[in-house]
Design a protein around this ligand. Structure first.
Ligand code: PEP
Length: 254
């Protein structure tokens, strides 16, 4: 069975004090209100990762990830942060291919496949983000887009490496817009993704792969989304910046 996860993508938000306050509110609420085992991943800005790893070290339910890493191993790439550097400061996960990276920084599936390789090499778990534009969906191309993002970005991995990865399905038209995929749309696409994984890696790996939903997920709709057969939790943007809503979303995990 796939591990259920709620992940918070803070994007380029919060100053140091705000980030620390948010973490201590989340850890406090988790220890007061959530007794069952849950898995939570926080994705703060890189400069806070070291401090937040320290702040969360006593709660084994929380792991820390980065929002991006370089597609280069090391060297003269000013401003970049490598997978090895992230690993060395206690980071365990890395988002690869978030739609904002694809849209604003021109990241292609091929480039993302290089990042995934380096993340795996340095023992980080990639969270590979895929999702179609509204235009793709309106033109009934959404399944093709998803198949292509998987084929070109991650299906080059062998089974052992693929098992280290998490997939996040985030329809681009739902990110930060307040428009959420309907339960039918989410389940249909998650089942399709799992089917493609099964075709490539077999039934056991497909069943065990965590496939997160992302896109305007909040404490009002999380329960319905997380209750769907092929949805294994969520990647949360806006609603992860408020401790109350984020912890309520965590509590929506079945
Ligand atoms: C995201 O950016 O990964 C995301 C899901 O954002 P939001 O929840 O704000 O739509």
């Amino acid at each position: 069975m796939a591990v259920k996860i709620v992940a918070g993508n803070w994007k380029m938000n919060l100053n140091r004090g705000e980030a620390q306050a948010l973490v201590s509110e989340i850890t406090g609420m988790l220890s007061d209100e959530v007794t069952h085992p849950v898995k939570v991943i926080l994705f703060p800005a890189n400069i806070y990762i070291g401090a937040i790893v320290q702040l969360t070290s006593s709660d084994h339910r929380i792991a820390i990830g980065a929002q991006n890493c370089s597609n280069k191993e090391s060297g003269a790439f000013t401003g970049e942060v490598s997978a090895a550097m992230l690993k060395s400061i206690g980071c365990h996960y890395v988002l690869i291919g978030h739609s904002e990276r694809r849209a604003y920084f021109g990241e292609t599936n091929t480039l993302l496949s290089e990042k995934i390789d380096l993340a795996i090499k340095h023992l980080l778990h990639p969270v590979y983000c895929i999702g179609e534009l509204l235009e793709d969906r309106n033109n009934k191309k959404h399944f093709d887009v998803i198949q292509n993002q998987l084929t070109e970005g991650i299906f080059h991995l062998d089974a052992t490496a693929f098992e280290k990865c998490i997939i996040a399905y985030e329809p681009v038209w739902a990110i930060g817009t307040g428009l959420t995929a309907s339960a039918e749309q989410a389940q249909e696409m998650h089942a399709y993704i799992r089917q493609l994984i099964e075709k490539k890696y077999g039934g056991i790996i497909a069943e065990n792969t965590t496939i997160l939903y992302g896109g305007s997920c909040n404490d009002q709709n999380a329960k319905e989304l997380f209750g769907l057969k092929d949805v294994d939790g969520g990647l949360i943007g806006g609603a992860s910046l408020k401790s109350r809503s984020f912890v309520n979303i965590i509590k929506s995990l079945p």
